[in-house]
Design a protein around this ligand. Structure first.
Ligand code: FRU
Length: 506
């Protein structure tokens, strides 16, 4: 371990111990769950809001109003991508956790629907996943959509609900909870995947501060048996609590590997929340990580958390969306009447970088449905644009600095530190509004190049309140939210760039 990493580890450990489970401090003293489950709150229609308020993202999903966090229950059915999400139907801060609901046919434009599930006798509706029951294994009907979530009350227990109307409404399974829990403090975020060889459904569950992922198996999706527990020796990974797991089977070098996704808070790479992953093998019961230089982060920025993948996608393609925020300051970000956005969806694959597998997470190709033609700019000026993608080369063999700027003189600075092999994003008070929370300003958000080339083509996705920077192949991703008075629209310090402007998705 390098000296810098050792110091960071010590600082994070102290932070983790002293902060405890800081995000659940956001929870009101006595949560008032006054919502009537039979009359879910109307999310509002675009005519009530043109989604054009200050800081409102124009190419990222946000709800019309109210609080969101993790993406949940993502499933593709009959040409429609369903996105459910942690949602407070009653306000703009964490509480009354329900599953809000939006759909898309292209992963870019979203239509918001009625809230799909609100708190019930098992508690709040915490995070989880959904699958299509093609063989009617559970008996709710062929092709029923089955949603697994954590009922969060005095204990966190795993519950099942099913939909026979294409994901618009859900009925609670009468045998809930399908996995009871009266002992563990943290036991949540069921992600259900199919294991073809054993013809078994596998459920992953995160044990928070125990830094464990449990794997359970079932044939009928109702009775579950515990198979194994995944842990790691990597001290850096054992700092925060583990949440929102996923397990992906991916082609790699003519064979295949399995990738275990774990969200970690507050052990993230930029402080607070982050998504890490382990590469290894899965035999249908147990996941074994191969020896690699852990921790490996899917995104080195401050604002990509709780990401999991859609199930049942065409061709088995892995598309992830993350919550574009961080438990360090999410309750204070200056957005109203909504709070938080999702990242741009990313397509995941494993790449061989210097002989090691690394997870790549570039933005999905579908983004081109809102893109104009590629244009060239000799001086990095884009003109008027709320949202655009820029691409340009950076020399990885020399130290340099570039900036994303707006006409108010606000800027986000990025240092290419060739000596350290890192890209360092400086989210300080130069970027715009930062004073709403003292953890928001982070002077050094650093990502390894994850490349052995001398030149890297960067892709930078700018929206009104976010900047997502990726290498062309997506093995280096840095996602950060920012609150400038207007979108940055000039990239200085790199010379000529190519760019394409995006139309609003609303
Ligand atoms: C992750 C998380 C999940 C939990 C949900 C509660 O951000 O803490 O573990 O299910 O948020 O809103």
């Amino acid at each position: 371990m390098k000296l810098y990493d050792a110091i960071l580890l010590a600082v994070l450990c102290i932070g983790a111990i002293s902060c405890g489970d800081s995000k659940f401090d956001l929870k009101p003293e006595s949560p008032s769950i006054t919502e009537d489950p039979d009359t879910p709150v109307e999310p509002g229609t675009p005519s009530e809001s043109n989604r054009n308020e200050q800081y409102r993202p124009q190419i990222h999903f946000t709800p019309f109003k109210n609080w969101i966090n993790d993406p949940n229950g993502m499933v593709y059915v009959d040409g429609v991508y369903h996105l459910y999400y942690q949602y407070n139907p009653q306000g703009n801060s964490w509480g009354n956790l329900s599953w809000g609901h939006a759909t898309s046919t292209d992963l870019v434009h979203w239509t918001e629907h009625n809230v799909a599930m609100t708190p019930n006798e098992w508690g709040m509706i915490f995070s989880g996943s959904a699958i299509v029951d093609k063989d009617n294994a559970a008996g709710f009907g062929k092709d029923a959509i089955l949603a697994f979530y954590t009922g969060a009350d005095a204990h966190q227990q795993q519950c099942l609900a099913y939909s026979t109307d294409g994901g618009m409404t859900y009925t609670q399974y009468e045998g809930n909870p399908v996995i009871t829990n009266t002992e563990l403090g943290d036991f949540r975020d069921p992600k259900v995947i199919w294991h073809e060889e054993s013809k078994t459904w596998i459920m992953l569950l995160a044990l928070g501060w125990d830094h464990k992922i449990e794997l359970w198996g079932s044939k009928n999706l109702k009775n579950w048996e515990k198979y194994s527990t995944f842990t790691t020796d990597c001290a850096r990974s054992n700092i925060g609590q583990w949440e929102c797991p996923d397990l992906l089977r991916m082609p790699y070098e003519g064979g295949e590997k399995w990738v275990m996704i774990v969200s970690n808070n507050p052990g993230g790479p930029a402080g607070g929340s982050g998504i890490e992953y382990f590469v290894g093998d899965f035999d249908g019961r147990e996941f074994t990580a191969m020896a690699l230089d852990y921790p490996l982060w899917l995104d080195y920025g401050s604002d990509n958390y709780a990401g999991v993948t859609w199930s049942n996608t065409p061709g088995g393609r892995y598309v992830m969306i993350g919550w574009m925020n961080n438990w360090n300051y999410c309750g204070d970000v200056p957005c109203s009447p909504w709070r938080s956005a999702m990242t741009l969806p990313r397509e995941l694959s494993l790449k061989n970088v210097n002989g090691s597998p690394l997870l790549a997470a570039p933005v999905i190709k579908e983004i081109e449905v809102i893109a104009g033609e590629w244009e060239n700019s000799a001086d990095g000026f884009v003109g008027e644009a709320d949202a655009f993608e820029a691409k340009f080369d950076v020399d990885l063999t020399e130290n340099s600095v570039f900036r994303l700027e707006n006409s108010y003189g606000q800027y986000l600075e990025v240092e290419v530190n060739a000596s350290a092999g890192k890209m360092i994003v400086k989210r300080t008070s130069t970027t715009g509004e930062t004073g709403f929370n003292n953890l928001f300003s982070v002077p050094s958000i650093s990502a390894p190049f994850n490349s052995d080339a001398d030149v890297m083509e960067l892709h930078v996705f700018v929206d009104r309140s976010s900047v997502e920077i990726t290498s062309a192949d997506g093995t280096m991703c840095i996602t950060n939210i920012v609150f400038p008075r207007e979108s940055y629209n000039r990239i200085s310090g790199v010379g000529a760039i190519s760019f394409r402007k995006f139309n609003s998705i609303w």
